[in-house]
Design a protein around this ligand. Sequence first.
Ligand SMILES: [Zn+2]
Length: 433
Amino acid sequence: MELELFLVVAAVLCAAGKPLSKAAARNKLLLISFDGFRWDYDQDVDTPNLDQLAVDGVKAKYITPPMLTMTSPSHFTTITGRWVEDHEVVHNMMFNTSTNQKVPHKLTMSRSEWWGNGVLPLWITAQNQGLKTASFHYPGGGVKYRGQTVNRALLEELNHPDDNETEWRQNIDTVMSWFSEEDFDLVTLYYGEPDNVGHAKGPDHPDRKKIIQQIDRTLGYLREAISLHHLNDSLNVIITSDHGMTTIKKRPQVDEIILREYLNLIKLASFEILDYGGFGILTPRPGKEQEVFDALSNAPNLTVYKKNEMPENFHLGKSKRLPPIVVVADLGFNLNSRFIVYVNKGDHGFHNGEMDMKTIFRAFGPDFKKNLLSEPFDSIHIYPLMCKLLQIEPAPHNGSLTVTENMLSGGSHRARLSVALLLSMLLLMFSLL
Ligand SMILES: [Zn+2]
């Protein structure tokens, strides 16, 4: 009788102990970014796979990207958990206000001197704690940080097509084999859509709906691939983006902003990036800062800021790289310097408080709760969540785990096990009485 009791107790403890040790195991993490996926893009088109993801995991109502709402600055905030003023990737273009050098966005992807400013992104921090990481086209993944490279980094070719669905699936197959055959712990995967279509045709164009359906099919493919590679119980997935998109207002609907009508740019400014959507930067010539500021203050449909007087919640003012004058156009207005050469029908780069700049957050996998609709939050809080999932010590960051940890199932999982254990013990006692 005593031996019988011992065996039953041992069996119950083993059964309860097995999932407990599994809950403590480190799962893998895939971070996917679909560039320019506005928070509400799935609301006017059929998206069965995204809908199923919301049932099987976590969906945020929307998330807020940092100021400024551009691809490189925002992606780097996600992967570092730092505000733009701290990580200093302050534009899509690399620039030098002294030499007037400007490097286009895609060419910056291999320039360590633009990305590596002392802040370490998640890949490097994870690697330094023994994890294996990779970046597939993700902005900032292809350069050196304090001399260290990401274990494996694929950079986009300069003429890489953004919307090739076959290639999208091949990229998923590749990433799945990195996890299942080569035991990578963290992979970041980037897609250039729906940003490309949003710029070229505008967010309201039927082709934007088509590309959202293509993304939805790709997510269906992703879930099949996860099953095929037996990763359902060991891979967490976060799907997010860098900013939204808004329709650009053009003549004759509005008077477009042409800045030379308000100030003599050659006489007053020694450096400028102005013909780049709704976000502009200027370096006034010596002693001309107030004159530039006053002149731009008279221009309609924009707000001009002195860098050192910007609102604190922009988290831009401490940047050493940003020039002294920053211009943010009203939603949908484009900043033209001298002439209208701008062709985009949609753009971003506007105030991150505008709903059109908000973007998406979805997550699923063994460590996430199911069917949870999260309140909106700032994208900066994704970083500590990723560190928690990977069970690593975060580098210094500006996020907070308390914002996102309610999405995790860990606590309730253990609670369920404790209840199960208690019930088993009670049943056992009754059976022995
Ligand atoms: Zn972008």
